[in-house]
Ligand binder design. Structure first.
Ligand code: BES
Ligand code: MN
Ligand code: ZN
Length: 489
């Protein structure tokens, strides 16, 4: 398990600068100005800081840019990273500045001299998130992350525990998404979720016999070709008494070969991330528990493996969902919706949630439509959807609303069953969402997030190295904080 660096905020102590180990970062809030920490660093380095601040490289710097002075005289530190960050810089610049420092974080740690900079929490979050490294399958491990100490004006005002909770949730998601499918089997996934009991979450694992008794014929049809047993895991966080919960539902296809409708070989290895929805739900639940959110939230994930075999579901098979509706499986590669429809129905029957958000790496078509910048957002409720879009925007996580409509639903008509599981090539992401909508009760405000394009990237992003991003953990944590937490007590 990858854990975030140890983080602390303290009052500025100029005398400790000279002996700080690792790297020292100086945040410069105004071009051409030196505060007391800058003057102290300048004195220790015999004027090198003043020369750096005067240099063309630094005077051309944009907010968040870093200029490095390596192996400075007069300090024990191995480098000084000078960052231009205006005192009232926006959140995005503060996180970006932190990320630049996080990318360089090593074993010996980092001391940040933040002076009067306001968004120190965002600088810290940027440092923690960008310092993530996935080394579980390497024999040569990354260096452990040293401590991050941030000296600022009002250290007591920062909620260090909440920051670390967010980073730990995101790291949990990233680890799950990055793991290969021979390691993260359905059984291993469930075991890792059961380990979340240590955080105070209630965790139940429903096994195949129970899923069959519940009538989850659609979900079971996806997993029946695999030697790994299908499971549904229910994680409850009860931070607000008896109130009905918000439900988060995740697609957890630990590997998607396509089944009998086998995918082409090129790029098939990327389908280790097809449990990204479940991974995100797990990360949000971990964050909520670690920061002891005053909200009731239940996370449910459907864990299956989509494999071809003599026992696999065939194209043309008709399966019966828990709701009772029958589905003609035209394409066994459209499996995510078969998993989600049963978990969503179960969630509504059992918990009568005040709202339901499902997350899934559901369609390649959403990548064609929105690329890797935005997740697709589908909803039956403008108010709820607006709350989510606001939360995503506030966290800098791309999210774009897509339409729904009867004509798209009509594409799902089947000659032999109540519906088919695909609607043809046009509007592939929307017809997938329409399929899910058939399993949403009229009274349930619902959001579907198609995260196929954002869950894992081939290039580094602002706050993550290559690979799993943890997209959605911040937005959903904020959605809960802003809209679903009780304020009393
Ligand atoms: N897991 C895939 C979608 C996907 C594609 C996720 C690329 C991440 C990256 C999903 O199960 C799938 O195969 N969808 C099909 C649906 C089609 C058969 C209607 C697709 O998008 O091609
Ligand atoms: Mn598929
Ligand atoms: Zn899939």
């Amino acid at each position: 398990m990858t854990t975030p660096a140890d983080l602390s905020f303290l009052a500025t102590d100029l005398d400790s600068i000279a002996t700080a180990k690792g790297r020292v970062a100086l945040l410069v809030p105004e071009q051409g100005k030196m505060d007391s920490a800058a003057r102290r660093l300048n004195r220790l380095t015999k004027g090198a800081i003043a020369r750096l601040l005067d240099s063309d490289a630094f005077t051309a710097a944009k907010p968040g840019d870093v200029t490095t002075l390596a192996w400075p005289t007069g300090l024990e530190a191995e480098a000084i990273d000078v960052v231009y960050l205006p005192r009232t810089a926006p959140q995005e610049a503060a996180r970006k500045a932190g990320a630049a420092l996080g990318a360089k974080l090593g074993e010996a740690g980092l001391l940040v001299l933040a002076g009067p900079v306001k968004r120190v929490s965002d600088v810290a979050l940027g440092i923690l998130l960008k310092a993530y490294g996935y080394d579980a399958q390497k024999t040569r491990k990354c260096d452990p992350l040293g401590p991050v100490r941030i000296m600022c004006k009002t250290p007591a005002e920062v909620d260090t525990a909440a920051l670390t909770a967010r980073a730990a949730g995101i790291f949990f998601t990233r680890d799950l998404v990055n793991e290969p499918a021979n390691v993260l089997t359905t059984t291993e996934f469930a075991a890792r979720l059961e380990a979340l009991r240590a955080t105070g979450l209630e965790v139940e694992v429903l096994e195949e016999e129970q899923l069959a008794a519940l009538g989850m014929g659609a979900l079971l049809a996806v997993g029946q070709g695999s030697d790994s047993p299908s499971k549904v895991v229910v994680m409850q966080w009860k931070g607000a008494g008896d109130a009905a919960p918000l439900a988060l539902i995740g697609k957890g296809v630990v590997f998607d070969t396509g089944g009998i409708s086998l995918k082409p070989a090129g790029g098939m290895e990327d389908m280790t991330m097809d449990m990204g929805g479940a991974g995100t739900v797990a990360g949000v639940m971990k964050t909520l528990a670690l920061r002891k959110a005053k909200a009731n939230v239940v996370g449910l994930v459907g864990l299956v493996e989509n494999m071809p075999s003599g026992n696999a579901t065939r194209p043309g098979d008709v399966v019966t969902s828990m709701k009772g509706d029958t589905v003609e499986v035209i394409n066994t590669d459209a499996e995510g919706r078969l998993v989600l429809c049963d978990v969503m129905w179960y969630a509504q029957e059992r918990f009568k949630p005040v709202g339901m958000v499902d997350l899934a790496t559901l369609t390649g078509a959403i990548i064609i439509g929105l690329g890797h910048e935005n997740a697709g957002v589908f909803s039956n409720d403008d108010g709820f959807c607006g709350q989510f879009l606001d939360a995503a925007k506030a966290e800098g996580e791309g999210a774009w609303r897509m339409p729904l409509g009867q004509a798209y639903d009509d594409q799902l008509k089947s000659r032999v069953a109540d519906m088919k599981n695909v609607g043809g090539r046009p509007a592939g992401s929307i017809t997938a969402a329409q399929y899910l909508k058939r399993f949403v009760k009229d009274e349930t405000p619902w959001i579907h997030l198609d995260i196929a394009g954002v869950a894992s990237l081939k290039t580094p992003s602002t706050l993550a190295p290559k690979g799993a991003t943890g997209w959605g953990v911040l937005a959903l944590d904020r959605l809960v904080a802003d809209g679903f937490e009780t304020t009393d007590g």
